[in-house]
Design a protein around this ligand. Structure first.
Ligand code: FAD
Length: 254
C-alpha cells in the first residue's frame, strides 16, 4: 500500500546517502552548463568519482535559450564527435556550421552525465573553497534558497582532489580564489569574435591554480578571450579537454 511517510523516508534516506558520498569525491565540477556536463561525464567514465553542483533547479546552463531565445544552437565540425558520443542529433547548415536543437542538446548532456554516475546536486550553490598548501581541496556549499532568502545559515564543506570551475561568464570559483589568495588574475571576457573565442576556449582550458581547472566560458573570463555568442562547440570541446587534464593530473590515463 502506498504510504506517505514511507515516501518521505525514501527521499530523505536516499538523498542523504548521495550527499554523504558527495562529501568526498575525486572531482567537484561547479556548474551544470555544457562544459561542466561534458567534463563530468567523461571524468566519471574514466572511473573517477564526480560530484556536480548547480545552483539552479535545472541543469543545462545557457543552452536552453539558444540565441535570443530561438532554441537552436550552432556547433562547428570539430565538436561533432562529442555530439555523437552523447547521442545528440545535428544537421549541416553550410559545411562549416551545424545546427543542434537546444532542448535535445541540454537534455542529452544531462542524461548522459547522470547515467555515467555523476552525483548531481542541483539547487546547491558553491560559495567558497577550501585551500591547503597543495592547493584547492574542496568547496563550501549551501542550498541556493538560503542565499535567495538571505537566511543566516552556515554552509557546509565537501572535499575533493580537483575542482573544475564551469560556472560560465562569472567564473565564480576562480573569482573567489583570485580575491582570497591574490595569486590568480581574471582578465575578463572581451568583445565578440566567435572564431578566435572558439579556438581559444579549448586551447586555454587549463589548471589555473593548484587543484583548480577552468572549462567553458570561465576560460574566457580568466584569460580575457572574446565572447562568441550562441555557438556551443567550444563549450563541448573545452569540457572534454578539462576532463583529459584533470584525469591526467589525478593519474588516470585519458
Ligand atoms: C546573459 C547571457 C549572455 C551570454 N552571452 C554569451 C556570449 O557572449 N558568448 C557566448 O558564447 N555565450 C553567451 N551566452 C550563452 C551561454 O551562456 C554560453 O555560451 C554557454 O552556455 C556557456 O557554457 P558554460 O558551460 O561555460 O556555462 P553556462 O552554460 O553559463 O553554465 C554555467 C552554470 O553554472 C551555474 N553556476 C553559476 N554559479 C554557480 C555557483 N556559485 N554554484 C553552482 N552553480 C553555479 C549556472 O547556474 C549555470 O547553470 C550567454 C548566456 C547568457 C544567459
Amino acid at each position: 500500500m502506498i504510504e506517505e511517510t514511507t515516501i518521505t523516508r525514501a527521499i530523505v534516506e536516499r538523498y542523504a546517502e548521495k550527499f554523504l558520498k558527495g562529501t568526498r569525491s575525486d572531482v567537484c565540477v561547479v556548474g551544470g552548463g555544457p562544459s561542466g556536463l561534458v567534463c563530468a561525464r567523461y571524468l566519471a567514465e574514466k572511473g573517477l568519482s564526480v560530484s556536480l553542483f548547480e545552483k539552479k533547479m535545472s541543469l543545462g546552463g545557457g543552452i536552453w535559450g539558444g540565441g535570443m531565445s530561438f532554441n537552436k544552437v550552432v556547433v562547428q565540425k570539430a565538436s561533432l564527435d562529442i555530439l555523437e558520443d552523447f547521442g545528440v542529433g545535428y544537421e549541416p547548415y553550410d559545411g562549416v556550421h551545424y545546427v543542434v536543437d537546444a532542448v535535445e542538446l541540454a537534455s542529452g548532456l544531462i542524461y548522459a552525465a547522470s547515467k555515467a554516475g555523476v552525483l548531481i546536486f542541483n539547487l546547491c550553490e558553491v560559495q567558497d573553497v577550501m585551500i591547503r598548501d597543495e592547493g584547492v581541496t574542496g568547496l563550501v556549499v549551501n542550498w541556493t534558497m538560503v542565499g535567495m532568502t538571505g537566511l543566516h545559515v552556515d554552509p557546509v564543506a565537501v572535499g575533493c582532489r580537483a575542482v573544475v570551475d564551469a560556472t560560465g561568464h562569472e567564473a565564480v570559483v576562480c573569482d573567489i580564489v583570485a580575491k582570497k589568495t591574490g595569486k590568480l588574475e581574471l582578465k575578463g571576457e572581451k568583445y565578440m569574435w566567435a572564431e578566435r573565442a572558439e579556438d581559444g576556449v579549448e586551447k586555454l582550458t587549463s589548471e589555473v591554480f593548484p587543484g583548480l581547472f577552468v572549462a567553458g566560458m570561465s576560460v574566457a573570463a580568466v584569460y580575457g578571450l572574446p565572447r562568441m555568442g550562441p555557438i556551443f562547440g567550444g563549450m563541448l570541446l573545452s569540457g572534454r579537454r578539462a576532463a583529459e587534464l584533470v584525469a591526467e593530473a589525478l593519474g588516470r590515463t585519458p
